[in-house]
Every structure is written in structure tokens, then in C-alpha cells.
Design a binder for this molecule. Structure first.
Ligand code: ADP
Ligand code: MG
Length: 380
């Protein structure tokens, strides 16, 4: 609800007056911190964002996404740390002086203005000549698939169309960075999917630098070049989707993005090539080389899609198939592992046609490259 809180201090859409173009990186955030009483909303977050990057803050509700974005925007003042846009320190500057574009969940269009006038507004503020305004508004409407809508009023548009107008207004003056806080949160699933594709297309066509906030993993994966996975006001990992999946830094990231299986065990051997883990269920599992020493109690994480059913005894564990569920062309299978004390169900996803039957006794195998090892007791 903090979106609402923040927005209530802001009666009209904020239109920056001067584009903050400069030489440095589009955005650099250093050790930014925000507390509310005893509550730490954002705990010394740092990040650098490159030109043309689509970056997403992903995390559950309350993890500090909006607060971080609002500090970048200038609506929330950090307790400490600095924010640099295009080489210029904007930490203490008012939002309208930062030259950033915003799109919020609430569209915040001027109701008395037409679509064209709404989009023209930021250009008028900057004193752009009329003919140039007309050209740019037309071009932007076209890019957003809104050609022909210029004379309509916001109330004559659907939610999805209004949000596209808000997007047009944010990008018409080509700000160095566009900030979006759950802009599709109020739309239904189908429209959301459609607009995701469109936002991505526009971002790529125009080479926009975007920071996007969402709590939806799928949305983050569809849109982003890099994702900052946030938890309790901190960034657990800031990486490409591929790295987050293949080399999660924390159990939280492995679970949040990949819904990983976690299997308890103990490290038998750890070398530059691999880590060998003796699972509590009895079997031995090889993982990619990681920074753990022999003898350490660990949790091994493997995503359901990276497990392969093999012959009994041929894998790192053997178990009985408990359930088989068809989900489109994928099949979700749960297996109850034999041995040890663990009664943890292991989840796997296999292509349709390779699904075992309920009651089958199967082995499970995984490529060491797909196996992450975390010291037991690691948070998350
Ligand atoms: P997110 O956007 O990830 O859901 P927020 O950044 O809105 O999270 O909030 C992070 C934490 O800071 C939450 O616990 C929230 O309750 C708290 N918080 C945010 N804004 C305020 C505020 N204005 N006053 C007090 N607490 C706040
Ligand atoms: Mg939020």
C-alpha cells in the first residue's frame, strides 16, 4: 500500500522539467538506506544500471521495492547513500529536477485533457516547438499502438489503453531512465501479458533504460535483462535471469525463481572441479564447484525442471512416484525418496511422453552444473 501512501503526496503526474543527460552511467545507486522508525525499509542498497538495460526489482510485498524506486525518483528521501543519474548527483534534488520518467499502477492521466494533450504536456513544459510536439506525439502514439486515439479523453479508454497513454507520456521526451512501479498490477492476466510484450518491444525499439518493479517472477523473467531479487530491504542477487536460475547465490533466490527442491546432506569432497554431497537419503550427488568445505552440512538445491528420471539405483536417489500431473506439454511429478530419515517429496518436471506412472520406482539424476550447494543454516 505504500504506492498509495507515496502517491497521495503527489496530486498530479510528475513531469520532470529538465532531462538529466550527462556522461556517466544512466543510474548509479550507492548504499542507499531508508528507515521508518525502527523499521528498515531499504538497507544500504547499491547498484549500477547501464544504458538500454531493462532492470527489474523483484520481491514479495514489503521487501523494499517501491521505497527504493521512490528514492531514485525523488519522492522519498534516503537517510544515507547517494543516487547519481547520468553522472549527476541527484540525491537531494526534487523529483521534477531529476529528468526521469514515471509510470505507476494508477495511470494518473489528466482527465480534462485529451490523450494527445496528456502526452504533449511534458514537451510543452520543456518549451518544445509546436510542430515538433505534434510530430513526437504522433510518433509515440504510433509506437504504443494508439494511433487514432489522440482526441479521446482518458475516461473513454480501457485500463490497458490508459496505461499505454501513461507509458507514452513517460517516454515522449526520452528521459535517460524510466521508472515503472507495478504498472500492470491493476490489469487482468490477458491484458497484462499483452502489455508486457509491448513494453518490452518499445523498450528495445527505442533503447530505453527501464527500472521496473514487480512481485511476479514470470513478469520479471519476460521483461528483464537483469533482475534484482529483493528481500527484507536488501538485494539477495542482481543478475541475468540465466545466472539467477543457474547460479543462485542464496537458497531464497533458488526457491523464489526456480521453486527449487532442497535436499539435506553433508559435503564429502570439494575441489576446483566439483562438490560431492552425501545426501541424508543415502545417495551421492555431484554439484558444480562451489565455496564449501568437506564435512559441512548443506542443503542442495535443484530445480524441478533439471531433474531427470532414470532407472532405480542409477541416480542420486531412488523413490516411488507419488503423483503425476499434466500441465500443458509439461508433466509435474512428485517422488517420495527412499532411505534416510527424509520424507521430503522431490518435485520434478518432465516433458509429456516421458512421464512415469504413479507407483513406479524410479531414480533421479541431475547434471552437476544444475546443482547448487548452500551451507545449512544459510538464511532463506
Ligand atoms: P514493496 O514495494 O516491496 O512492497 P515497500 O518499499 O513499499 O515494499 O515497503 C518496504 C517496507 O517499508 C514495508 O515494510 C513497508 O511497510 C515499509 N514502509 C514503506 N513506506 C512506509 C512509510 N511511508 N511509512 C512507514 N513504513 C513504510
Ligand atoms: Mg510496492
Amino acid at each position: 500500500m505504500s504506492e498509495l501512501h507515496v502517491m497521495s503526496t503527489q496530486q498530479s503526474p510528475s513531469i520532470p522539467l529538465s532531462a538529466g543527460t550527462g556522461t556517466g552511467k544512466p543510474l548509479s545507486v550507492t548504499k542507499v538506506r531508508k528507515t521508518y522508525g525502527v523499521m528498515t525499509a531499504v538497507d544500504e542498497i547499491s547498484m549500477e544500471i547501464g544504458a538500454g538495460e531493462f532492470v527489474t526489482f523483484l520481491g514479495s510485498s514489503g521487501s523494499g521495492k517501491t521505497t527504493t524506486l521512490m528514492m531514485i525518483a525523488g519522492f522519498v528521501e534516503p537517510d544515507s547513500g547517494s543516487i547519481v543519474v547520468g553522472g549527476r548527483d541527484v540525491t537531494r534534488l526534487a523529483p521534477q529536477k531529476r529528468g526521469l520518467g514515471f509510470v505507476f499502477q494508477q495511470y494518473l492521466l489528466f482527465p480534462h485533457m485529451t490523450v494527445g494533450e496528456n502526452i504533449a504536456f511534458p514537451l510543452q513544459l520543456r518549451g518544445v516547438p509546436k510542430a515538433e510536439i505534434r510530430r513526437r506525439v504522433g510518433e509515440t502514439l504510433e509506437i504504443a499502438g494508439l494511433a487514432g486515439f489522440a482526441r479521446r479523453r482518458p475516461r473513454e479508454l480501457s485500463g490497458g489503453q490508459q496505461q499505454r497513454v501513461a507509458l507514452c507520456r513517460a517516454l515522449v521526451y526520452r528521459p535517460p531512465v524510466i521508472l515503472m512501479d507495478e504498472p500492470l498490477g491493476a490489469l487482468d492476466k490477458k491484458l497484462r501479458d499483452q502489455l508486457q510484450t509491448e513494453i518490452k518491444r518499445i523498450q528495445q525499439e527505442l533503447g530505453l533504460t527501464v527500472i521496473y518493479v514487480t512481485h511476479d517472477q514470470e513478469e520479471a523473467l519476460v521483461l528483464s535483462d537483469r533482475i534484482a531479487v529483493m528481500r527484507d530491504g536488501r538485494i539477495d542477487q542482481f543478475d541475468t535471469p540465466r545466472e539467477l536460475f543457474e547460479r543462485p547465490c542464496t537458497p531464497f533466490v533458488a526457491d523464489f525463481l526456480g521453486a527449487a527442491n532442497f535436499l539435506p546432506g553433508k559435503v564429502e569432497d570439494s575441489t576446483a572441479e566439483h562438490v560431492v554431497v552425501r545426501l541424508d537419503t543415502g545417495g551421492v550427488l555431484r554439484a558444480r564447484a562451489q565455496d564449501v568445505t568437506a564435512g559441512t552440512r548443506v542443503r542442495v538445491a535443484v530445480q524441478p525442471g533439471r531433474l531427470t528420471p532414470v532407472a532405480p539405483e542409477a541416480g542420486f536417489c531412488t523413490g516411488i512416484v507419488e503423483s503425476v500431473t499434466y500441465v500443458g506439454t509439461l508433466v509435474r511429478v512428485t517422488v517420495l525418496p527412499e532411505g534416510g530419515t527424509s520424507s521430503t517429496v522431490v518435485r520434478l518436471e518432465v516433458p509429456a511422453g516421458r512421464a512415469p506412472y504413479v507407483g513406479d520406482r524410479i531414480g533421479l539424476s541431475a547434471d552437476p552444473g544444475d546443482v547448487s550447494v548452500f551451507a545449512a543454516g544459510t538464511e532463506g
